[in-house]
Design a protein around this ligand. Structure first.
Ligand SMILES: [Zn+2]
Ligand SMILES: [Zn+2]
Length: 335
């Protein structure tokens, strides 16, 4: 396929500064990489943590974005399973070493030498990106458009968080109802679970969306849960929600923190944790999570609620995400 010499991108030049719109050479794929013409790239809260300097080790300058859908337009000399014209998704996990203790034991999400798309390698706020052949997922054609982008992180992280909950758990609380929660609700409801959606106080748009997607109850996160929950997943980056979710959770229940960054968790009395309640976090993803979830999503089928922006509007999209002005997920529609 015809590939131009230059492409438009949004780059982070230094933390706490707006992204810069510019033109750079289209990258060349190395032997193990494919070059992808980007259809769309989701805007994730993690991007906001990177831009705001809360995640402190980005490559600079950096092209952010780790929820990429696109089409393979060129392959490196050692690429075997992908070919030109294939529709692929590129997630946050961009590379693992395969050799460290974590990789060998099936926990590649914790790899000591991992690289991350849109953080330590360039991502999808661009017209083209390169990605390692073994870290792209084939994508169902129904998601070869902006609606597919949020599956690549919001969908995957929600799914990994959901996997931490015991199969018997039936009443599940979701705290923070954005990209991840609106996808996970569809999966959980299809599997017969009861979803209780806790949103920022007064966010009636998110509460309406939760109910539309099948949540049994939706309300302010300051409100006590109407039932004792079997498990809770916190997607909002708000440490205060940890003791709140523990209070809402029944004996033996788990509270799962689904974000990469959270404000400090305040102290709380031990009796709130007592009776075998658990707190855990979810870090990154494994390729197995991706394969499982991207097979499941079209079967349900998962539909995403998106607010679309042009590439050059990435700063606006980040600002809207920061200020809670997005119902569902923000996506840069690029091609
Ligand atoms: Zn490793
Ligand atoms: Zn993300």
């Amino acid at each position: 396929m015809e590939v131009p010499e230059f492409m438009r991108v949004m780059t982070l030049e230094s933390a706490k500064q707006p992204l810069v719109y510019k033109t750079v050479p289209v990258p060349r794929p190395s032997a193990q990489e494919v070059l992808i013409k980007i259809i769309a790239c989701g805007v994730c809260r993690t991007d906001l943590h990177i831009v705001d300097g809360e995640l402190t080790e980005p490559k600079l300058p950096l092209i952010p974005g780790h929820e990429i859908t696109g089409i393979v337009v060129k392959s490196g000399s050692e690429v075997r399973e992908l070919k030109e014209g294939d529709t692929v998704g590129v997630p946050w996990l961009g590379y693992t070493c395969g050799k460290c203790h974590y990789c060998i034991n099936g926990h590649e999400n914790l790899c000591e030498n991992a690289k991350f798309t849109g953080y330590t390698i360039d991502g999808g706020y661009a017209e083209y990106a390169v990605a390692h052949q073994h870290y792209c997922f084939p994508l169902d054609p129904q998601y070869a458009n902006p609606s597919g982008a949020p599956l690549l992180c919001a969908g995957l992280i929600g799914y990994r968080s959901y996997g931490k909950i015991s199969g018997e758990a039936n009443r599940i609380g979701l705290y923070g109802f954005g990209g991840a929660a609106h996808i996970l609700t569809q999966v959980a409801v299809a599997q017969g679970k009861e979803i209780y959606a806790f949103t920022s106080p007064g966010d009636t748009a998110a509460q309406r969306l939760a109910k539309k997607l099948g949540a049994i109850w939706a309300g302010d996160s300051t409100h006590p849960s109407p039932v004792r929950l079997d498990a809770a997943i916190i997607f909002a980056p708000v440490g205060n929600l940890v003791p709140k979710a523990l209070t809402d959770t029944d004996k033996g229940g788990a509270v799962i923190c689904g974000g990469i960054h959270m404000s400090d968790i305040p102290g709380f009395p031990y009796r709130m944790l007592w009776e075998e309640r658990m707190i855990t976090s979810v870090a990154n993803l494994t390729r197995r999570d991706g394969e499982e979830f991207l097979k499941l999503a079209p079967e349900i089928p998962v539909h995403t609620e998106t607010k679309l922006y042009k590439l050059e509007q990435a700063n606006e999209a980040l600002g809207d995400l920061r200020n809670g002005r997005i119902n569902g997920a923000a996506v840069l529609s690029i091609a």
